[in-house]
Design a protein around this ligand. Structure first.
Ligand code: GRF
Length: 201
């Protein structure tokens, strides 16, 4: 079974979706470690309840970003992870970290990239007035939400949507998209060609 590490900062509903799809046999993967930069992240409890190793690495406990990321890499490597999944991890990773894990980091973003990268993708979409929104699962490169796209899911934007109602609608799709992308990765069906991700049959 291929091993992955999941980086989180908060609620962990995407982590839960991955755990659920492993438990029901859809995903042929093992979560070897969950790492949070926030000690009060509910995601840690979710991992603990599932018997998954979980570790807190607070940024403020490290003298530099390099040290912080070196600790994360050490945990991931010690656990034998082949892939790093960012599931609501709220820190920008350095180019060094991204190079160490080149083509081995997957992120989920709550917008149809390349529109609305960065924070509050759902609010950005709502404020802009788009008629469809959604989520994107992508490989991480050194930019912000700019790496090769694996898959995207679309939802309608309603006239009376609030940031919360739109976020909820998108989240349902996030919980489908991330496991789908991870299954493709686990089955070696993703091939990165320049900016594009080809999905092999
Ligand atoms: C999700 O909306 C995800 O797209 C974004 O952060 C949120 C994390 O939610 N990157 P959760 O912690 O997985 O519930």
């Amino acid at each position: 079974m291929r091993k992955i590490g999941v980086l989180v900062s908060g609620r962990g509903s995407n982590l839960q979706a991955i755990m659920d799809r492993i438990a029901d046999g859809f995903l042929p993967l093992e979560i070897a470690v969950v790492i949070s930069d926030k000690e009060d992240a509910f995601a840690l409890e979710r991992a603990g309840m599932a018997g998954i190793k979980n570790v807190v690495i607070p940024r403020k406990g490290c003298a530099s970003k390099e040290e912080f990321e070196a600790k994360i890499t050490a945990e991931l490597q010690a656990a034998g992870c082949e892939l790093v999944v960012l599931a609501g991890f709220m820190r920008i990773l350095s180019a060094d970290f991204v190079n160490t894990w080149e083509h081995k980091i997957i992120n989920i973003h709550p917008a149809i990239l390349p529109s609305f990268p960065g924070l509050h993708g759902q609010k950005q979409a709502l404020d802009y007035g788009v008629k469809v929104a959604g989520c994107t699962v992508h490989f991480v490169d050194a930019g912000t939400d700019s790496g090769p796209i694996i898959l995207q899911k679309v939802v309608p934007v309603m006239d009376d949507d609030t940031e919360d109602s739109l976020s909820e609608r998108i989240l349902v799709q996030e919980h489908i998209a991330m496991p789908e992308a991870l299954k493709l990765w686990a089955e070696n069906k993703l091939e990165i060609v320049g900016r594009k991700v080809r999905i092999k049959a």
